[in-house]
Write a protein that binds this ligand. Structure first.
Ligand code: NAD
Length: 489
């Protein structure tokens, strides 16, 4: 009997094909490890829409926009439906590679974030036409595409932001070129490929474009290409400032440091649980997550008790000092020589258990957050930590709570939370803090539609005022006038 030998490369190709089909069908993902994927492929399946450099990416984006420009709204929606399906089916893969590549966050929460994106990111239904009729006839105002959008994405919600932005931008009739965060390039490019696979599955073009190796230089090329008509920047203060100084229409979704106030009318047991649920979600990576608590003196002890009943570890003053030394580092201002404490990026989005281990405190897996009592000037209160460490500051009254909370939010006008049943206190805080999102009596993620009403986004534009972005944020208004006719009454 003759024996047929199959080469290793043929086997790899077959395995890659089968895996991609299994994945597309929504079955369980294969065991992923760092060698299974890079910035351009996953298990040997080459990504669609990823280019060697920004110059090539921009050429592709132009082709993409040309194709999208020809599409009907129904066709855009067909592609978006397909993106939703794949995003849901492959949520676990993206959750796993996101945690593996960045070392940040929690798989079980990233899974939920992707499912939320699939379910609650608005599509073309978000676009609305306004009509004005009168003796002078009919005037229409329509939401039109900008064209090619340049999008900068963070390392904290990489694939979630890429898919959410692509859905909204395509719904608005745009093409998008990404310059993703270099530390999350593999995960972000997986998501961009997913959007393109979804489009191809229904016979569509490449709709989202990215590069193999994003740099500040590639961001600069993207920003200055005349074909890029709008910039959407999701990230920290440095990059948002850079994009807003570009001279182009830009949407800036910047940093936050969300405070929480708990007064003496709140359901304290619920507040304790809600705050820990929100603060520990994806290890505090979401920019909307609870970052510091101002609790009325009379209920502070009870609040901390309920926090510890829900997965929080109460750190002693000595442990707090050790935590400061571990998760913060001194940074010197080159001009003035002054030093200030900033986050040690090594600890962003890490598990509470690992952070405690680093200071010599051993806890079990039930611990998902570290709480500590500090004064209001403590660096844990004033710095956006993005890790599950939550300082609690005692306050005497609502006036002091609001004063401290507004100071800690630093005028970002991003997100704030409050647990209270006192309408006057709730109203006073909401008015004073002026944040884009204000969540009452719920975990922070209610603010982006998880377990609450409202759509989802991972690009929350406080500085430029679009708020929780959606398809309409990525459009420009155009007026069409028909004088003296088409009024039917
Ligand atoms: P980051 O600010 O470190 O980086 C964001 C991106 O900008 C990266 O791709 C980076 O390479 C690039 N970049 C940095 N400086 C640049 C410049 N001068 N020109 C061009 N590109 C530049 O972001 P991160 O650490 O991944 O994300 C965390 C920050 O983002 C936090 O402050 C968080 O609050 C914020 N964030 C805000 C939102 C929102 O919706 N408002 C969402 C997610 C994250």
């Amino acid at each position: 009997m003759s024996q047929t030998t199959v080469s290793e490369s043929t086997i790899s190709a077959i395995v890659a094909q089968v895996l991609s089909e299994i994945t597309a069908a929504g079955s369980k993902p294969a065991a992923v490890n760092a060698s299974s994927y890079d910035a351009t492929s996953y298990f040997g399946r080459k990504y669609i829409g990823i280019y060697d450099n920004m110059e090539e990416a921009l050429v592709a984006a132009k082709t993409s926009y040309k194709a999208i420009r020809e599409m009907s709204v129904e066709r855009r929606e067909q592609i978006i439906t397909e993106i939703r399906k794949l995003c849901y089916a492959e949520a676990e893969i993206m959750a796993k590679i996101g945690v593996e590549e960045t070392g940040m966050g929690r798989v079980e929460h990233k899974l939920l974030k992707h499912q939320l994106v699939a379910q609650k990111t608005p599509g073309t239904e978000d676009l609305q036409t306004a009509a004005k009729t009168g003796d002078g006839g009919l005037t229409l105002v329509e939401m039109a595409p900008f064209g090619i959008i340049g999008s900068i994405t963070p390392s904290t919600n990489p694939s979630e932001t890429a898919i959410c932005n692509t859905i909204g931008m395509l719904a608005g009739g745009n093409a998008v070129v990404f310059n993703p965060h270099p530390n999350a390039i593999k995960t972000t490019n997986y998501a961009i490929d997913l959007c393109n696979r979804a489009s191809k599955a229904v016979g569509g073009p490449e709709i989202a474009i990215s590069v193999k190796k994003p740099t500040l230089e590639s961001a600069d090329i993207m920003t200055h290409d005349p074909a890029v008509r709008m910039l959407v920047c999701t990230g920290g203060p440095g990059v948002v400032k850079a994009m807003l100084s570009s001279g182009k229409k830009a949407i800036g979704a910047g940093a936050g440091n969300p405070p929480v106030i708990v007064d003496d009318t709140a359901d304290i047991a619920k507040a304790g649980k809600d705050i820990i649920d929100g603060c520990s979600f994806d290890n505090n990576l979401p920019c909307i997550a609870e970052k510091e608590v101002f609790a009325f003196e009379s209920i502070a002890e009870e609040l901390i008790y309920y926090m510890t009943q829900n997965g929080a570890y109460l750190a002693s003053p000595e442990e707090v000092d050790k935590l400061v030394e571990t998760v913060l580092v001194k940074q010197e201002n080159e001009k003035t020589g002054e030093t200030k404490l900033v986050i040690n990026k090594k600890w962003v989005g890490r598990d509470a258990k690992k952070i405690l281990h680093a200071i010599g405190t051993e806890v079990d897996d039930s611990i998902r957050c570290i709480v500590c009592e500090t004064d209001k000037d403590h660096p844990f209160v004033q710095t956006e930590l993005m890790m599950p460490i939550l300082p609690v500051v005692r306050v005497c009254c609502i006036e002091q709570a609001i004063e401290y909370a507004v100071e800690a939010e630093h005028g970002n006008r991003h997100t704030a939370h409050m647990h209270s049943k006192n309408i006057d206190n709730l109203t006073a805080f909401a008015k004073a803090i002026e944040t884009t999102i204000f969540v009452k009596n719920a975990p922070s993620y209610a603010g982006i539609g998880y377990g609450a009403e409202g759509h989802c986004t991972f690009t929350i534009a406080g500085p430029t005022g679009e708020g929780l972005t959606s398809a309409r944020s990525f459009t420009r208004l155009r007026r069409c006038v028909t004088a003296d006719s088409f009024r039917i009454v």
